[in-house]
Design a protein around this ligand. Structure first.
Ligand code: MSP
Length: 667
């Protein structure tokens, strides 16, 4: 890559005990956008992503799927990689934490920390959150303060990392590098965390097997965060990082819930090993669905595939980056997505490009006309575009994606207004009229050229199409954004092939199609083993407890005590009404009398039960499940069913032989 300055950025290394939803996709899209942007600013860029494949969570998911861990993670990692490839999110490096070369990095890092005196042996008893893979500061029996899920008491022999020794060095470092943690809210959060004192950190485990072995200590495996963070180094050479020259990383992009691992632990490990520290950790906010963080455990996830199949990848990228202010939380809704698609992409950019091309075709035989004399309004538009170029680049530099896009689209709107007032389609073809028309169409085409170059990092597909349409030379992705200036489109250039950009779409139909596909995806069997999906119910399958309460899934290896069982309150309910849900062909909306009240419950049984035949039927209902929304419909409880056969056909549990009272408890 010659003398280009290097730029190295990373996505989080994603857990393999689930498949990507649009929250993960958001992180990868942001990185991909920065990668494209930096390339267009003349950097030699490397982007790393990968899969975090060790730890107790994965161990349990593999057990539930009934396959060895290595098989489980290999299949899941392949799914992640395939999806990123299909979505055009091609990182330069994909690290799997089960790669041998990664084990070497982790062991080397540990060795360096140990040689430098920052590792010592000890014992630890504490509450551990298996979901966040972290010890948490709560009493036995209390829930995780970060995610609210149950914690487990763990006692083990382990090696400690002397994190306490890094309080001052870290605070000094943050002070000297005020932009190390972004945005400022996160920086302040971390500052007060570190100022509050740091306790040494247990960085090995003897209570689990599925991890990278600690050299010479065969009972120990590495703590998943010590393991996963090191993947950033593995990707660019591990112990030989100096040869490739990409370390230290310029940017670790993460979600806000993992900022502490990146902004405290990771720099401390690197300081202990005397390795260079990354330049910046940027924590973005969460995508929310129905006001809570989109996550598999909540069951409110939306997958990228259905959206991309219906609206295209550019639409998803545009929506996510335009609608959410980078660094803050953002709400996902199909409605807003389709609205953006129609107004900004179909009616905005798409319409401007096709209108301009059609007029150049009609009046100038498909060649970009030469402007003879420019009027003040042409020059004003040129000036406006030139100003926008500078402002957009400033926004990109600060990762202000939504503002950058807003500014680009203000230029699109200005061009629309200009066309409407200049009316290059009106009038005849006298020399004077053609000359005026030439100035207007050249100005519009040139504006389009600038717009698509500016938008390319966010919208890599449609901008290539417009670039081709304009007959512009070279590759759009190879344009130098830093020297983008008004006036680059040569008159006389022959227009290229016209390809469909953003066909307008009917809102209701698009939403129904996406939701139906989403439902199907959620009900599809997991790529690994028969019951992996049941281990962590997804939104569409959850109302029928396939494989969790009763079913064909292999028996869980762990036993639970009666106190765990009694936490689940099940009662006899009687179905009062049942109806189908538009756009969700697997779900029925039921109202169920549970003795004390009538509940609305969604159940994933629509393909096997006629709604009208269910009325009056007595069923087993889990009544103390937290309410949630499925396909936008509130579900307050869960109907219990067996899951039968390979396709998991639901068969409702019931009481055919005795007359049971509604509301009676199942114990
Ligand atoms: N394996 C760890 C990361 C180790 S990095 C050395 C992990 N993995 S994860 O699969 O849970 O991915 C977490 C990341 O996915 C978040 O930090 C964030 O980047 C992204 N997101 C997951 N859910 C999200 C939302 N609902 N919204 C936005 N991003 C989210 O943590």
């Amino acid at each position: 890559m010659g003398d280009k300055p290097k730029y190295y950025l990373t996505t989080p290394i994603y857990y393999t005990n689930g498949l990507p939803h649009i929250g993960h996709t958001y992180s990868t899209i942001v990185c991909d956008t920065i990668r494209r942007y930096k390339r267009m600013r003349g950097f030699d860029v490397v982007m790393t992503t990968g899969t975090d494949e060790h730890g107790v969570n994965v161990e349990r998911s593999a057990q539930k799927a009934g396959v060895p861990e290595s098989e489980y993670v290999a299949k899941m990692a392949a799914e992640w990689k395939k999806l990123w490839d299909e979505l055009g999110l091609q990182a330069d490096e994909f690290v799997r934490t089960t790669d041998l070369k990664h084990a070497h990095t982790v062991q080397w890092l540990f060795k360096l920390c140990r040689e430098n005196g920052y590792i010592y042996p000890g014992h630890y008893t504490g509450q551990y959150c298996i979901y966040d893979n972290a010890y948490v500061d709560v009493k036995a029996g209390e829930a995780c303060p970060d995610c609210g899920r149950p914690t487990e008491t763990v006692t083990e022999a382990n090696f400690y990392f002397k994190l306490s020794a890094f309080q001052k060095p870290l605070l000094d470092f943050y002070k000297k590098n005020p932009h190390f943690i972004q945005p400022d809210t996160r920086r302040n959060e971390i500052l007060s965390f570190v100022e509050g004192g740091l306790r040494d950190l247990s960085i090995t485990r003897t209570s689990i097997r599925w991890g990278i072995p600690v050299p010479g200590e065969e009972k120990h495996v590495f703590y998943v965060w010590f393991d996963a963070l090191s993947a950033y180094l593995t990707a660019v050479g591990g112990p030989n990082y100096a040869q490739r020259g990409y370390w230290p990383a310029d940017l670790h992009l993460v979600g806000k819930e993992i900022i502490r691992f990146h902004a405290v632990y990771w720099p401390a490990f690197l300081m202990a090993a005397m390795l260079p520290l990354p330049e910046q950790i940027w924590a973005h906010g969460w995508l929310l669905m129905d006001n809570s963080k989109m996550s598999k455990s909540v069951g409110n996830v939306v997958r990228p595939r259905p959206i991309v199949d219906v609206l295209g990848m550019d639409a998803l990228r545009y929506y996510l980056l335009r609608e959410t202010v980078f660094g803050q939380d953002g709400n996902f809704s199909y409605e807003a997505l389709i609205q953006r698609y129609n107004s900004d992409l179909a009616n905005g950019l798409g319409n401007l490009a096709s209108r301009t091309a059609a007029l150049v075709e009609k009046y100038f035989a498909g060649r970009v006309p030469k402007p003879a004399a420019l009027e003040p309004q042409d020059e004003a538009l040129a000036k406006e575009t030139q100003t926008a170029i500078a402002e957009v680049l400033e926004q990109y530099e600060a990762f202000g994606f939504s503002r950058a896009l807003e500014r680009i689209w203000s230029v699109v709107a200005a061009a629309d207004k200009y066309l409407t007032s200049e009316q290059p389609w009106a009038g005849g073809t006298t020399d004077a009229e053609q000359s005026r028309r030439a100035a207007v169409l050249w100005t519009t085409a040139e504006l389009l050229r600038a717009v698509v170059v500016l938008a390319h990092p966010v919208l890599p597909d449609c901008t290539v199409k417009v670039w081709t349409l304009l007959g512009a030379p070279g590759k759009i992705g190879a344009q130098d954004l830093g020297s983008l200036a008004w006036g680059g489109l040569a008159p006389g250039t022959a227009l290229g092939k016209s390809q469909p950009l953003f066909p307008r779409i009917e809102k209701k139909e698009a939403q129904e199609r996406m939701e139906a596909m989403e439902n199907e995806a959620q009900n599809a069997p997991s790529p690994v083993g028969a019951s992996a999906a049941a281990a962590t119910p997804a939104a569409g399958t959850a109302p029928v407890a396939a494989g969790t309460v009763a079913g064909t899934a292999p028996a869980a290896t762990e036993k639970i005590g009666i106190e765990d069982f009694t936490k689940v309150e099940m009662r006899v309910g009687q179905i009062k009404t049942a109806e189908r849900i538009v756009g969700a062909d697997k779900l029925l909306k039921l109202t169920v009398d549970i003795g004390t009240e009538i509940r609305q419950i969604c159940a994933g049984i629509a393909q096997f039960y006629e709604p009208e035949k269910l009325i009056g039927r007595k069923v087993a209902v889990v009544v103390n499940l937290a309410p949630r929304k499925l396909r936008g419909v509130e579900s307050n409880g869960m109907i219990v069913a067996a899951s039968v056969g390979p396709e998991g056909r639901p068969v409702l549990a019931g009481f055919p032989d005795e007359d049971v009272e509604v509301g009676a408890r199942l114990r």
